[in-house]
Design a protein around this ligand. Sequence first.
Ligand SMILES: Cc1cc2nc3c(=O)[nH]c(=O)nc-3n(C[C@H](O)[C@H](O)[C@H](O)COP(=O)(O)OP(=O)(O)OC[C@H]3O[C@@H](n4cnc5c(N)ncnc54)[C@H](O)[C@@H]3O)c2cc1C
Length: 388
Amino acid sequence: MKSEIIVVGYGPTAMTTSAILGRQGIATTIVNPFPVYQKMPSATRLLALSLSSVELFKEHGLVKNIKSIGQPIKKIHVSQYKKSGLLEFDPTDIHKENFGYMVDEEELWKSLYSEVKDTSTIDEVHSNIETIDYQNNKIVLKLSNGQNLTADLLIAADGKNSIIRKKLYFEVEKKSYNQIVLICDIKHSKNHQGIAREIFMKKGPFATLPKLGGYSSSVVWTESMASESFLRSLNKPFLQEFIASRCSKELGEIELGSNPSLFPLSSTYSKEAIADGIALVGDAWHAIHPLAGQGLNLGLRDIKALTDLIVKEKSIGLDIGNFQILKKYQRARRDDITILISTIDIINNIYKSKLPIVPEIGQFMIRAVSFCKPLKNLFMIYASGKHI
Ligand SMILES: Cc1cc2nc3c(=O)[nH]c(=O)nc-3n(C[C@H](O)[C@H](O)[C@H](O)COP(=O)(O)OP(=O)(O)OC[C@H]3O[C@@H](n4cnc5c(N)ncnc54)[C@H](O)[C@@H]3O)c2cc1C
């Protein structure tokens, strides 16, 4: 079976990549081992989609239902637990109505998948991958169902534990943050007014992210790994009380809206993102700490760079799997990715450090950014997914 491009994966980056390419008339085959629609294992997540991600969808006619599935992020509040000072990010300062949308990952996935299903230039093949080979300058995937797939380019969008990346033996930097994140939904008596709140606690940030409708939010609470058994032991009333102690002033009476899920935090970054005829996108290249809610946004920026390049090079008749062409993609994306990873690590380390000066550094940072409008605007532009 021949196609121009094979996309391996099942998550939001695989669906977005296939939909963008397929809608431009490029014969695309999406490969994953999941034969029927399954609920995504990570579906408890509420994702912050930045403006640049929303623009990418709009440019390609995807996620047309964003307003009915997404809560606009009207403001972002950053503070330190039990300390004075609040850093308020207001999108009107950078002439925007909002910073993007909070979207349930499952709803986003469904919207993207419906576009994939409706695009006649996209085929779906459900099987595991056995080997990757080259034949006559093309990629050949041997699948466990006995099929062989041939294409000019293979895009690996198969997430943090990418099978393709492993088969290529790319060197991966892995970090364990020694932190665990608790995620659950809450219902509250006061309207969240579209404000995403991040409170920096001693062991990590505690965030409430506004959900559609005004009276429910998602809690993302980061703690040290040592607290895992404590977090697991929390019964409903205790957990409710803990959460209320952090946010009842702003959100009123709190009631748990879902059972909590716990995820240990780690990151992976592949030093290489390309090989002859192969490119990694999204978490397959870089799975980052969720502190800034930027992982998928970063992956969508990979997709924008790669799909723009493919369309351009194809239009002048060049081989889209050519290593020199793919190098342009890797070069274009590397700085954005490494800068974000370093920034997140710096912020996380400051707050994880046990030095007594740390709360003062945090206070200083909050005040400095609050009072320095150009610096604040730069943060907001970056959070919107634009390059500074
Ligand atoms: C707690 C938390 C909160 C987050 N919040 C945000 C946020 O607010 N904003 C944001 O932008 N990002 C956020 N992220 C990051 C975001 O969830 C990821 O960056 C995003 O899901 C990556 O998408 P992906 O498609 O690259 O990978 P994945 O979502 O991991 O999808 C990859 C898919 O490939 C499938 N697969 C596995 N094996 C194979 C195979 N052999 N063949 C084919 N397919 C295979 C996997 O099952 C998986 O479904 C958060 C992450 C965490 C952990």
